[in-house]
Design a protein around this ligand. Structure first.
Ligand code: HEC
Length: 301
């Protein structure tokens, strides 16, 4: 598309000062024509020009062929691999066969997807002797698309296992987990950081927790973190979970989180992610085990 450039009044002034004398009437017409063409172009191609800029929503972007990442890798999984496996692999991996990445609940499915690797997944999906008639070259296109969209949403856009610099960490909080989901609260986040920017007055962080002790080993579920803000908006990027001071590598449901919560947002309106981190914890002591959250960024804006 050719570039359309409109003169500013300053440019006009300096031009007349330097002695050039444009013919008013024809230039006026050309300018009006350009504005007309520019708006028409905007309206046709972008639908978002002018003062009331409306960002295209997700379905419109998808319609233009642009993949829109979920706010966590779990949400991205739900839009990439999950529809594929539900359609093609659920006969076994949606039921008894581990890994159960084709369960209809995408959150539980994601948890099991993490038990395998993307390259193993690809190998099995493209293997004609796997899973009756389920595997085979016919899956190549769909798997490649799922893979590249999923990878494009990883925090670094790169491979698994990259290190992320942590700039904030909460103090330990006793989980006091039971079989039912219950909310736990850091009610003064600014004063409850072991590491990081303490200028977070008014900020609170809560989450839900439960433990399944009928599983062996027992499994914790940490779900739906929410942030309340005070006078400043806060950006939250890359959230990790530590139990008893040790990072749980498989609890990475929130690691691709990147969200800015507006100033004066309540907990109810400050949901950071709707998913859950589910992880086994051999030897769990639900009443005394502690949780800490680490962040790549937890910063007032
Ligand atoms: C008819 C049942 C069946 C179907 C359908 C099936 N699988 Fe499997 N799958 C299995 C069994 C059994 C195993 C375990 C034995 C093995 O590793 O081959 C397995 C294992 C796997 C593993 C290995 C995980 C790991 O890291 O060890 C992957 C990945 C996998 N399947 C992918 C798929 C994909 C993708 C599909 C759908 C395109 C699919 N499977 C459909 C039966 C099935």
């Amino acid at each position: 598309m050719s570039e359309i450039r409109l003169e500013t009044s300053n440019e006009k002034d300096s031009r007349s000062a330097s002695g050039q004398k444009p013919t008013r009437s024809s230039r006026g017409f050309a300018q009006r024509l350009l504005i007309g063409l520019a708006s028409a172009t905007c309206i046709i191609f972008y639908q978002n020009c002018g003062t009331d800029f409306v960002p295209l929503d997700e379905s419109a972007l998808s319609g233009l062929g642009k993949f829109v990442c979920g706010s966590t890798l779990e949400e991205t999984f739900a839009k990439t691999y999950h529809p594929f496996v539900v359609q093609n692999c659920a006969g076994c991996h949606g039921g008894a066969q581990a890994p159960r990445f084709a369960l209809s609940d995408s959150s539980l499915a994601y948890n099991d997807f993490l038990l395998t690797t993307q390259s193993t997944f690809r190998t099995y999906a493209l293997n004609p002797s796997h899973g009756g008639a389920a595997g085979g070259p016919k899956n190549e296109e769909a798997v490649t698309l799922a893979e590249s969209n999923y990878n494009s949403c990883k925090p670094t856009g790169g491979d698994d296992g990259e290190s992320h610099v942590i700039t904030a960490r909460t103090q330990p909080l006793a989980l006091n987990a039971t079989a039912a989901l219950q909310v736990r609260l850091l009610n003064n986040l600014g004063g409850q950081l072991q590491l990081g920017n303490t200028n977070l007055s008014g900020a609170q962080l809560d989450f839900q927790v439960r433990i399944d002790t009928t599983a062996s080993p027992p499994a914790y579920v940490i779900a739906r973190p929410r942030l309340q803000t005070g006078a400043a908006a806060i950006r939250v990027k890359g959230m990790y979970i530590m139990i008893n001071g040790v990072r749980i590598q498989t609890a990475n449901a929130f690691m691709s989180l990147d969200r800015t919560i507006n100033a004066n947002t309540t907990l109810a309106n400050g949901t950071l992610a709707t998913g859950s981190a589910i992880f086994e914890y051999p030897g769990a002591q639900p009443t005394t085990d502690t949780v800490q959250f680490e962040f790549e960024l937890l910063a007032p804006q």
